[in-house]
Design a protein around this ligand. Structure first.
Ligand code: T1G
Length: 698
């Protein structure tokens, strides 16, 4: 392997280049290379100043995350940064692209920092369940002050080069693409001025401010529910106000090491890697996607308008077809409203919003308008006959090679494909509502879908800034199928004596963004009711029907949209208070079913809910609906409010121990062997002493 760190001299300037693609991560070889380069710089009498640059598209993306969990190998990054800072001759960091985590810490070890326009700087360690471990929590506050450090480090956010200049995180911003040239030019100026070495660590401690620390802790306790790293980052920053540099660095290192051992760190690192692996599918490896220059959408309801908005926000022209002029007008209004909301959130400026509406959006009433679209997404009423009619029309007008996608959330896409003359061009694109906000996209690959159609769907997701997960055809695909099983488990507990509010609280305490019944209120009780109607034919007498939910539906209590469901919502509020009337309906259901209620502990609720989730997920994998456990983890993280710091349900199961999860399933099966049949895959993994992650390889 070639040396990942090069030392060259340009007159009196030593240029130290890190080249360790794709992100110049600070692996052991890079740390050793940097250490050696600065030893050489110290001894090189002809070199009067050094410039550190990154080769490729960015400066340094941070520590090598794949080394986490293995014993750290010398030289350690804090020591390398310490050596750079201790240089008697000045050192410049020339940043382009990104300086993240350990990358920014290396730059903080330098005495002068220059960033190219467009560079992002930040300490995102808390997003991986740790804190900066090479001086970031001690040097950054010395440079930018306590308040700015408290705003930046515990949130793990990044700042642009311009903002970094304002907060004095960097000394200079330069235009252009060439960090090396900009760094050398800056170094020349510094030499001419006779600028000295200027260690950040020698700056005075940031001024203590108890109120700012309290405020940060209170804010994070609310926002980072259950997460340990953000609060630990505040502790480390506080240490910088009390301790001298050496002691502060030791304190930072102690906290860093403790966090490295936590399950949260393991969960968050898992999430980081699977989000990148999820799009790597053998079936599309090396397959070129088709062109995507014009999008068609059929149906301008909330979903269709949301999908159109998502495409427009990313610069794709959209033609939306509705039944009649009034409906088309209404759809255009919904899209305009979505864009206005994006302007309010600062995602878009007014002139661009106006230009998008004037130039990129066409609404029409005839299918012919879609004849030039590269990909057409149908988002009409969930009814097989209606969908088939739409697909027949698309089959007539779409150009050869156009992709015909359905946004159905449960219908049989194989049957839809079979109804057209080009089944290999048909695919499911299951967006989540609101489609222009939610990150997840289930790409549902039907029996006959051509690989390049799948590849194009993944390319579309990238273009839309979404995370795509491959799913197979079944009722509910990956996410809704698992959710519906979890809900059935929850309904069983409620029938036996738990209250829906206790279930919600228990699952929120586990880390879910919302409890399952609050989610029902959000989606609307009509959705659940209609689903039960639809499935009534296949119902087994042993299935539990939540008759109390049917009663709520008949009373017009449809959840948030009517101000009342399981919870009561005061006008305009999205957070409800429990409706005591619901308990009465449930009591009636128990009496009718002849159930005498018993108490559940929160722990029992959590274990049952998670056992049901993992058991059904194992079936989803075994049936090939999800190809890998990581596909389920990504789906639940991005579409279902699963706590990211647990890594996803399959990672949670691995960390809990599959034997223990299976034991829970079996214990429940002892009282109800219909609902709680252990999934064969779960049994097999336990028997073979393997975990879900072993199925993620390759
Ligand atoms: N370590 C190892 N691999 C990494 C990596 C890293 N830091 N960053 C990216 N990769 C891999 C990634 O898995 C993918 O691999 C490929 O590089 C391209 O990444 C001591 C403790 C830099 C903004 O948290 O945010 O420093 O899939 O697709 O969209 O305090 O990567 O190709 O096999 O994401 O151009 C702190 C994490 C570490 C930054 C580039 N740093 N990375 O985005 O490419 S902790 C981070 C990113 C730390 C010190 C500590 C992004 C990026 P593959 P990509 P991208």
């Amino acid at each position: 392997m070639t040396d990942p760190v090069r030392y060259e001299r340009d007159g009196g300037i030593a240029v130290v280049t890190i080249e360790n693609g794709p992100v110049n991560a600070l692996s052991q070889a890079v740390r050793a290379g940097l250490d050696a380069a600065f030893e050489r710089f110290a001894a090189d009498d002809a070199a009067r100043i050094a410039v550190i640059v990154g080769a490729g598209r960015l400066f340094i993306g941070g520590a090598d995350i794949s080394e986490f969990g293995t014993p750290p190998a010398a030289p350690l990054l804090p020591d390398v940064v310490g050596r750079i800072e201790a240089s008697e001759k000045p050192v410049v960091a020339a940043i382009h692209g990104a300086a993240l985590g350990g990358g920014l810490e290396v730059a903080l070890g330098a005495h002068y920092r220059l960033a190219l326009d467009g560079a992002q700087l930040g300490l995102p360690e808390v997003k991986l369940g740790i804190i900066p471990g090479a001086g970031g929590t001690q040097r950054a506050p010395r440079l930018i002050g306590l308040k700015a450090a408290l705003a930046m480090i515990p949130a793990g956010g990044t700042v642009t080069a311009g903002a970094a200049l304002e907060m004095r995180l960097v000394d200079r911003v330069a235009a252009g693409e060439d960090a090396r040239a900009a760094g050398i030019a800056y170094a020349r100026e510094l030499l001419e001025q006779g600028a000295p070495a200027r260690p950040v660590g020698a700056l005075p401690r940031p001024v203590a401010d108890a109120a700012a620390l309290d405020e940060a802790r209170a804010r994070l306790a609310r926002k980072a529910r259950g997460e340990v790293a953000p609060l630990a980052a505040v502790d480390a920053i506080e240490a910088a106000t009390r301790l001298d540099l050496a002691e502060g660095l030791a304190e930072e290192r102690r906290i860093f090491r403790d966090l490295m051992e936590t399950p949260q760190r393991a969960g968050l690192v898992h999430a980081f890697f699977i989000e990148r692996k999820v799009a790597k599918l053998p079936e599309i490896d090396g397959i070129a996607p088709r062109g995507l220059d014009a999008i068609g959408v059929v149906g301008g309801g909330l979903m269709g308008a949301g999908i159109a908005t998502a495409a427009l926000l990313r610069g794709l022209p959209v033609t939306l077809v509705e039944r009649d002029a009034a409906a088309a007008e209404k759809a255009a209004g919904t899209i305009a409203g979505n864009l206005d909301a994006a302007v309010k959130r600062g995602k878009l400026d007014q002139p661009r919003r106006d230009a998008i509406l004037a130039e990129k959006l066409t609404v029409a009433t005839g299918y012919e308008a879609l004849s030039r679209a590269d990909l057409i997404i149908e988002a009409v009423f969930e009814d097989m006959e209606v969908k088939k009619q739409v697909f027949a029309a698309l089959d007539r007008v779409a150009r050869p090679g156009a992709i015909l996608a359905t946004n159905t959330s449960y219908l049989d896409i194989d049957a839809i494909a079979a109804s057209v003359s080009r089944p290999s061009d048909v695919i499911g694109l299951h967006f989540f509502s609101p489609a222009h906000v939610m990150k997840l996209l289930e790409v549902v690959v039907a029996d006959k879908t051509a690989p390049e159609v799948t590849a194009t769907a993944f390319a579309l997701a990238r273009r839309l800034g979404k995370i795509a997960v491959r799913a197979g055809v079944c009722d509910g695909f990956i996410g809704n199928r698992i959710l519906s099983h979890c809900r059935a488990a929850a309904d069983r507990m409620v029938l036996q004596g738990a209250s829906p509010f206790q279930v919600d609280q228990a699952m929120r305490d586990f880390g879910f963004a919302m409890g399952p019944y609050a989610v029902v209120d959000l989606a609307g009780l009509d959705i659940g009711f209609l689903t039960r109607q639809r499935k009534a034919r296949d119902r087994d007498p042993r299935d539990v029907v939540p008759t109390w939910a049917d009663a709520l539906y008949h009373m017009g209590r449809l959840g948030q949209k009517t101000g009342r469901g399981y919870y009561i919502y005061e006008a305009g509020s999205r957070v409800g208070r429990p409706d005591p009337g619901v308990e009465e309906l449930i009591a009636k259901a128990r009496a009718e079913a002849g159930v005498s209620p018993r108490d559940f502990t929160d722990e029992e609720i959590r274990r049952r809910y998670m056992a049901a989730l993992v058991n059904e997920a194992a079936r989803v994998i075994e049936e090939g609906i999800a190809q890998r456990p990581l596909d389920i983890d990504v789906t639940l993280l991005h579409g279902y409010g699963f706590p990211r710091w647990r890594g996803g349900p399959m990672k949670w199961a691995d960390m809990t121990g599959l034997g223990s999860v299976l034991a829970d399933v079996r214990r429940c099966a002892a009282e109800d062997d219909y609902f709680w049949r252990p999934a064969p895959l779960l049994e097999r993994l336990v028997a073979e002493n393997r975990n879900f992650d072993s199925l993620n390889a390759g």
